[in-house]
Structures are given as C-alpha cells and as structure tokens.
Ligand binder design. Structure first.
Ligand code: PLP
Length: 490
C-alpha cells in the first residue's frame, strides 16, 4: 500500500484554500450570517465584508471596486460576458470572434449564440498555441460586436497577445472580453494595459474557495444581464451574494497579489527544474508551448508510446495528482483543440499530462515526481513492448487501494504487469475501478498470488481485441461496459 504523502500537482484545476482565507470565512457561516442588502447591523457587517472583497479583487487587476461584478465562478463570469455582450450588441451586429483554444465556458456559450442567429469566427492558433493578432484583424467586419480571447491557456499555459488584440478592439469600438481565470494571481494583470472591457477571474484557482468569481466590467453599456432578480451587483448579476466565499475570495486576491513576484519566480524555477530533469532523464518527450511566453506554473508534457490515463494512474498510485484529461484517449476520444493546434503526433498526444505547480510545492517534491514519472514510463513502455501480439488480462479491483496492493502483491512474482486506468470510461465513471494489466496465461497463479496478498478481484477479462472473435463472457463484459457508459452519459 502506498503511504507517500499526497503530492498535488494539479493547481490549474483548483487550489487548496489558504488557511487565512478559511479563517476569515468561518464567522460568515456562523454569527455573521446577514445579507448585504439588509440595513440591519447584521446585514451591514456582511456588506462591509463584501465591499472590502470588491476592493481587494479590483486591486489585483488594477480595477476600481465599482467595476467588479461578483459571480459564482469563472464559468459564470465567462457566460455573462459572452452572452451579455452579444445581447447588448445585437442592434449593432451579430458577429463574434474567438479562438479554438478557449475554455468550454466561452466556446459553448458561443455555440449557443450560433443557435440564436449570431455568427462566430473561431480562429486557429499556431504550433505554440498562440493566436495571430493579424488574423484577428482580418476576421473583423462591420458586424463584429465582440472579441473573446483568453489570457492564458489552461492546457499549456501559453499566454496570448492580449494587449495587442485589446488595442485593436478599442480602436475599432468592439467589446473585448478576456478569460483570465488561469492567469489571475500567477502573473501581473492590469485591465488598463490590456485594454479589456470585460475580464473573468475565479476564486478557486488562486487559493480562494470554490463558488466565487468575478467579471470586470469597464462600461455597463457593454453587457446586458442574463439572469433577472432584485438588482444586486448593479443589476448585472442579481441574486443574494455568497458572502463567505466572496469575503474569502477577496482575501485570497490580496494574498496572491502580495506574493505575486516571489511566487512567480519560485514557480518558474521549479517548472524549469522539472522540465530539465524530464528531458535529461526520459526519452521521447515533448514540452508543449515551450517556445511561447507561458504562465510560470503549468507544464504540459507529451510522452511517446504511453497512455496518459495509465500514466496518471501510476502517479496516483504513488499519491501524486496530475491531470490527464486533455489527452485524446486510445478509444477514439477527440484530441483537444489546443493539442491539435500544436500539431503533435497522436502517439505523443495520447501520452499528454499536465503538471501544474503551487506555491506550496518544493524542489524535493519535483525530484520525487521525477522518480515516479520515470519509473511509470519505463514500466508502461516495457509492458507495451512485452505485450505486443500477446494476450493481456485485465484484473479490475473495487478501489484504488486494492489495485495498488495488487501491484505490490505481484512484485517479485516474475510476471509482467502494469497498473492501468483502462477501460478508460470505467476508470473515469462512477464505478471507479482500477485495473492491473497482466501478461500471463496462468490466471490461477495470479489469482492465488493476489488472494495470498489479501486483494479482492472485482473482475478478470482479456482486453478487447477487435480482430479476434470474443468469447461469450468477454462480450458480456464489454456490453456491460457500454451500458455503464450509456448510463453515465444520460
Ligand atoms: N476559464 C479557464 C481558462 C479555466 O481554466 C476554467 C477552469 O478550469 C474556467 C474558465 C472555469 O472556471 P470555474 O471553475 O471557476 O467555473
């Protein structure tokens, strides 16, 4: 069983709440439960907390407090910006410009607008993930009412030429929205220098609580509300505010602002060390977006000949959390637009993991990551080479701990085996079984060894091979997988 301390390297997905932030929030779940719109002492105490948070969030991006509209997070801020600006601009035109690498909360809002009579130009990016401002200019027409370009990519950390695009939008009188969810608290953001009209940020990406975010709105004429209620947040985003989270978000902004420079240097040097060691130690690796300006904490690595899910499963077994969600699966999953745009070959793309660092990470954790990463890749590549043309049996376990125990139980047995997250959908679905792929025709031997180690096997199946006829039991298993997948989708 793995007892190594959990090492979280997925800070682009979320961050832990800073202890001071949690401390500030607590009273708002207790005695300080008033709503800011109430003139009572109780209400006014909450109002003061919200006002202070508004100043703190504004200060992080060089905005005035009146320009901050609180939302439930980055997704809502992006939806409010895109839908709100489109509706407000409808009389002027119906054309929107965005890029292929935007977050789903921008791209899907744009897709929704296409069903409501808007026209959307989705611009490609270059092999480093950057959009060309010249191409943005070419795409503009008299009907263009909104440009939405993210500050930096959540997949590769690539920073877009936002300042230039902002200046162009300003010159042409087009509303400019920027999704700065990944950048806020990581690099300096100045809404004036970027020439943005609307800018989204999210609390849980910068050591604040989940459930709060903000949209910077320079000019209220630029957007219309998309929900309606009692007029809170200047009527742009009505609804009773989540006071504890908003207050916590505010403090988190002050903390990241105070430490921005030091943490930026620290992150950049840790990331540099990580990437150098990866390149020195592991063959067949590409660092995505390394040729462009990048956020200091994100490293997107593509490894040849391994499945990102299997790699993440190995790291998870060593208690190291990374993200494999942007890699295209072996079973025909689409390649993410950002990876597709980088033009990486599929054999590399399917082995893409994202490591994203936080201020609490240390150099010795990078060394630990390297050891686990190198070991996992050696094992996965070794297994792939040994299993070519042979039968592979997949043992599934009821939980992750049993899978790890199984791995340990088989070590020294002389059998060739490897932890695997496949079948991918089972691993990602609610059944969350983990699997061990094993190269042995002697299943009884494996079963006995596992039994002796006290490991319960949930299932045992030959891996699906489309080219050979399946036995009844196997077919039943894969049919069940399909049913579970259907259930998860519906
Ligand atoms: N925009 C980007 C670039 C993101 O990375 C994310 C979250 O991953 C979001 C928007 C959505 O933010 P939230 O999780 O606060 O809804």
């Amino acid at each position: 069983m793995s007892h190594a301390k959990e090492l979280f390297l997925d800070h682009a997905a979320t961050t832990p709440v800073h202890p001071d932030v949690a401390g500030l929030m607590l009273p708002f779940f207790g005695n300080h439960f008033g709503i800011p719109s109430s003139p009572s002492g109780l209400g006014q105490r909450s109002k003061r907390a919200v006002d202070e948070a508004r100043s703190r969030v504004g200060s992080l991006i060089n905005a005035s407090p009146a320009e901050i509209v609180f939302t439930s997070g980055g997704t809502e801020a992006n939806n409010l910006a895109v839908l709100g600006a489109a509706f407000a601009g409808r009389k002027k035109g119906n054309h929107i410009v965005t890029t292929a690498v935007e977050h789903a909360s921008v791209l899907n809002a744009c897709r929704h607008l296409e069903t409501r009579g808007f026209r959307v130009s989705v611009l490609p990016v270059d092999d480093q993930g950057r959009v060309d401002p010249g191409q943005v200019r070419q795409s503009l027409c008299d009907d263009t009412i909104l440009i939405s370009v993210m500050h930096a990519s959540n997949e590769t950390g690539t920073i877009q030429p936002v300042e230039e695009i902002g200046a162009m939008a300003r010159e042409q009188g087009i509303v400019f929205h920027c999704d700065a969810v990944q950048s806020a608290g990581r690099v300096l953001l100045d809404v004036r220098a970027l020439h943005v009209d609307l800018l989204s940020i999210s609390s849980h990406k910068l050591y604040g609580p989940k459930g709060a975010g903000a949209l910077f709105v320079a000019n209220q004429d630029a957007i219309e509300p998309v929900i309606f209620g009692s007029g809170q947040e200047q009527g742009i985003r009505p609804g009773t505010l989540n006071v504890p989270c908003v207050a916590g978000f505010g403090l988190a902004c002050s903390i990241v602002q105070r430490d921005l420079e030091n943490n930026g240097v620290l992150m950049a040097s840790l990331r540099e060390s990580l990437e150098q060691q990866v390149v020195n130690r592991i063959t067949g690796v590409k660092i995505n977006g390394a040729g462009a300006p990048r956020l200091p904490h994100i490293s997107s690595l593509s490894f040849l000949g391994v499945s990102a899910d299997d790699l993440a499963a190995h790291l998870d077994a060593a208690n190291i959390v990374v993200s494999s969600r942007y890699s295209p699966g072996i079973e025909g999953h689409e390649m993410s637009p950002a990876l597709a745009a980088l033009g990486i070959e599929r054999e590399y793309a399917s082995g893409t993991i994202r490591l994203s660092l936080g201020w609490e990470n240390k150099e010795k954790q990078i060394r630990r990551t390297l050891e686990s990463l190198a070991g996992a890749i050696e094992s996965l590549r070794g297994f792939a080479a040994a299993s070519r043309g042979k039968d592979v049996t997949m043992f599934t376990f009821p939980d992750r701990e049993s899978a790890i125990a199984a791995q340990e139980g088989l070590s020294g047995s002389g059998l060739v085996f490897s932890l695997a997250a496949r079948p991918r959908d089972l691993a990602h679905g609610s059944c969350s079984s983990m699997a061990l792929a094993c190269l042995s025709k002697d299943h009884t031997k494996v079963g006995t060894l596992l039994g002796e180690s006290g490991v319960t096997i949930a299932g045992m199946h030959k891996t699906r091979d489309e080219d050979r006829p399946m036995k009844k039991k196997e077919r039943e298993f894969w049919d069940k997988v399909e049913q579970i997948k259907k259930g998860l989708r519906s």
